[in-house]
Design a protein around this ligand. Sequence first.
Ligand SMILES: NC(=O)c1ccc[n+]([C@@H]2O[C@H](COP(=O)([O-])OP(=O)(O)OC[C@H]3O[C@@H](n4cnc5c(N)ncnc54)[C@H](OP(=O)(O)O)[C@@H]3O)[C@@H](O)[C@H]2O)c1
Length: 197
Amino acid sequence: MHTSLKNKITLVTGVSSGIGREIAQLLAERGARVFGTVRNPKSAKPIPGVEIVRMDVTDDSSVNEAVQGIEQKAGPVQLLVNNAGYSFMGALEETSIEEARQQFETNLFGVLRVTNSVLPGMRQQGYGRIVNISSVLGFLPAPYMGIYVASKHAVDRAGRPRIAHRAEYSSASLRQQLRDFPTNAGGNSGDQCDFVF
Ligand SMILES: NC(=O)c1ccc[n+]([C@@H]2O[C@H](COP(=O)([O-])OP(=O)(O)OC[C@H]3O[C@@H](n4cnc5c(N)ncnc54)[C@H](OP(=O)(O)O)[C@@H]3O)[C@@H](O)[C@H]2O)c1
């Protein structure tokens, strides 16, 4: 994506730790105006150049309030990074419907909620970029991670038609299929986070 980040109004979900935190910090260093979301601002560690916003991606009103607040302060979001998510582990037969529902509520419906909340602003300005943080497990299943795998596969598949739909609004959508970063969600094995925008 050859896009200048200078002063781009950017929203990154889930910046309290891990990949989202790294992305938010990197985008701010590259000159974007970054709003980063956390569920509990009181315990959030500041990130230089990043404005912290409260958002729970499983809650319609929390998402809409956060996006409206950003739009009032800075204007429509131009770059959205849908990062917030977690990986649920467990054998399918031992996974309750409520646990599975919560995984989808965050990893899939959270992405849809935040995306649908910023799209009117993107349409209005005739520009938008959306990055969905998916997982290599979205297409390479791993044992005891069936529900997580299903949620990430769903994010991948849901994003594809959107790429075509949104072309008319000069928006583009990109998915990043990541694996094994040493974050809270991914455990302590794997590679260092290293993103290039
Ligand atoms: N680590 C890996 O190897 C790996 C590989 C592939 C994909 N991923 C994906 O990368 C993304 C980030 O994961 P991570 O490894 O960086 O994990 P992490 O360190 O646990 O970070 C997850 C972030 O998501 C936020 N979050 C979780 N549930 C939320 C909700 N309901 N509403 C709003 N925010 C919520 C958390 O915020 P709070 O502080 O509010 O809890 C946290 O900031 C996830 O989508 C994950 O599936 C990770």
